[in-house]
Write a protein that binds this ligand. Structure first.
Ligand code: MF3
Ligand code: CO
Ligand code: CO
Length: 276
């Protein structure tokens, strides 16, 4: 039996088929991605010692309200916040709380806004005051790994080419790639096929085709790659408590390469710490 609810949501279900989106969809994704990017730009002036991640979460919620954008993480699978804030050895899915940020910390802020049904998913690292050199280097390596992953996105290449570009670079820098979380198809759905692994071998995986839309969001550790999820059911941390960093962009495959939906309109990506 097919209920009315099934019939209404069927077009949005993850069918296992990788969707190829048209020009109108790419325009919708660009609008959503740009609201997210403007929010991440604005956070550049907000993140500093003493600010709580709760305050950051509130800012993300309100910025959404002012821009006809709803945070996709709010009420998503029982998650109750507008953003994830992952500090130091937290790999991803850190839950905002009332603890003030402290000088020298690194924090990933991950925002996904839904605008007209399209998902703009992106995250960046923020430096809280001045960083130690090791932390600064981790941010540089992680950001560069995202750029190398994006450079591998073009028709005829595969998801394995993306993973290989990221992993071979990161390991050459004596850091490690987290294997327990991956990038994902994106569009009308928040998390769709294909999985975008941040490790792999050239030519493996799914062949990239014009119209595919997905995120690339490598998590890179200074120490070993292994993670565990805390008892809150969300917070993922490095097992060895080494520092972890992540940058995320949403991209669409074009005839010649890809379009990035979440680039900073103010041109302030990468953030302060990488601008010297
Ligand atoms: N924004 C994250 C991603 O990049 C997903 C967060 S889901 C949450 O895919 F429920 F933890 F918020
Ligand atoms: Co994502
Ligand atoms: Co995200």
């Amino acid at each position: 039996m097919v209920t009315y609810v099934d019939a209404a949501t069927a077009p949005l279900k993850n069918t296992g088929q990788i969707r190829l989106y048209d020009k109108a969809a790419f325009e919708g994704m660009m609008r959503a991605g740009q609201v997210t990017a403007r929010c991440l730009d604005a956070l550049d002036d907000i993140v500093r010692p003493g600010v709580t991640t709760d305050a950051i979460d509130r800012f993300v919620y309100e910025f959404g309200l002012e821009n006809d954008a709803f945070p996709a993480t709010l009420y998503y699978r029982g998650y109750r916040r507008s953003t994830c804030t992952s500090i130091n050895h937290v790999v991803c899915h850190g839950i905002p709380n009332d603890k003030p940020l402290r000088e020298g910390e690194i924090v990933n802020i991950d925002v996904t806004y839904i605008v007209d049904g399209w998902h703009g998913d992106s995250s960046r690292m923020y430096a809280v005051g001045n960083l130690r050199r090791a932390a600064e280097r981790l941010l540089e390596v992680t950001y560069e790994s995202l750029l190398r992953g994006i450079a591998a996105v073009k028709p005829g290449n595969t998801t394995g080419d993306i993973g290989y570009a990221i992993q071979s670079y990161v390991e050459g820098e004596r850091c490690s790639v987290v294997q327990d979380f991956c990038g994902h198809g994106l569009g009308r759905l928040f998390h769709d096929v294909p999985n975008i692994l941040h490790y792999g071998r050239p030519g493996e995986g799914v062949e990239l085709k014009p119209g595919m839309i997905f995120t690339i969001e490598p998590m890179v550790n200074l120490g070993r790659p292994h993670v565990k999820v805390l008892s809150d059911g969300w917070t993922a941390v490095t097992r060895d408590r080494s520092l972890s960093a992540q940058y995320e962009h949403a991209v669409g495959v074009t005839e010649t390469g890809c379009e990035i939906f979440t680039t900073s309109p103010a041109g302030i990506f990468p953030p302060r710490s990488l601008r010297g």
